[in-house]
Design a protein around this ligand. Structure first.
Ligand code: FMN
Length: 232
């Protein structure tokens, strides 16, 4: 079992990446994490998390104790509504969750192992993937470590999953997605289904995270799958 690479870029939906990190680490995987400057803007805006890319610490991805639930950060549901949701209270409440299993790489550090094909991985996920990063990868511009690591995964014919978030989509964005898909990437939009009976934001996050994990071959039971009977 090899390490995985996760990159966060400046598209809306950073909650997806935090949930993904939590699930991958809980599954016993070591994750090489890199974050773009724009992603820190989104982390601050959407989750009130202050991440310093030059002095990074995984604790910066955890909420303060008084606001332990992701829903309270998202400010979309009232606490009593959150309580209805599946596993809502456990998410991000344990500061041990990220310890030791996340290896951080500065987005400008081309000396990092993930900048080279000789560094073996089981795949890379860009979650969320901005239209800017999508374009840079589609055009082969290795302007930062995220683009470079993605390029490496494509050239080595390893799994590259991009989770774009934008709506509506321009022809340019659609062309870039097609180009990446033709180059071997999996384009997996932040587009949760509703057929699994979501009752909270977490259920919607988990729908997409489950699909990413499925692509990575990481076993998960995050959602009830189509065809599975609900437990009595
Ligand atoms: C709060 C916030 C939300 C954003 N949401 C999106 C988005 O959903 N999709 C997108 O493509 N860009 C979005 N952007 C713009 C990108 O962050 C911007 O284009 C940036 O240059 C992307 O850089 P990166 O790809 O290096 O992360 C958002 C920016 C901010 C500050």
């Amino acid at each position: 079992m090899r390490d995985l690479v996760v990159a966060m870029t400046g598209a809306s939906g950073v909650a997806y990446s935090l949930r993904l990190l939590e699930v991958l680490v809980a599954a016993g995987r070591t994750v090489h994490l890199t974050i773009s400057p724009a992603a820190t803007e989104v982390l601050r805006h959407e989750l009130d998390l202050h991440v310093d890319l030059d002095k990074f610490d995984t604790q910066q991805l955890l909420p303060s104790n008084d606001e332990a639930s992701l829903d309270s950060k998202l400010k979309l549901l009232k606490p009593e509504e959150v309580a209805v949701g599946y596993a809502a209270s456990s998410i991000f409440s344990d500061s041990e969750i990220f310890s030791g299993k996340i290896v951080y790489h500065h987005y400008r550090n081309y000396n990092s192992g993930i900048a080279s094909g000789s560094f073996l991985t089981d795949g890379m996920v860009i979650c969320p993937c901005s239209m800017g990063t999508l374009s840079s990868i589609a055009m082969g511009q290795s302007q930062n470590l995220i683009h470079r690591a993605a390029d490496v995964h494509l050239k080595e014919r390893r799994k590259l999953i991009v989770m774009p978030r934008e709506t509506p989509l321009s022809v340019i964005a659609l062309d870039n997605m097609k180009r990446l898909a033709e180059a071997g990437a999996i384009v997996l939009p932040a587009m949760p289904g509703f057929y699994h009976g979501p009752r909270s934001i977490h259920d919607l996050l988990d729908f997409v995270v489950a699909r990413i994990c499925d692509q990575l071959g990481v076993k998960n039971e995050l959602i009830q799958r189509w065809g599975d009977k609900p437990s009595a």
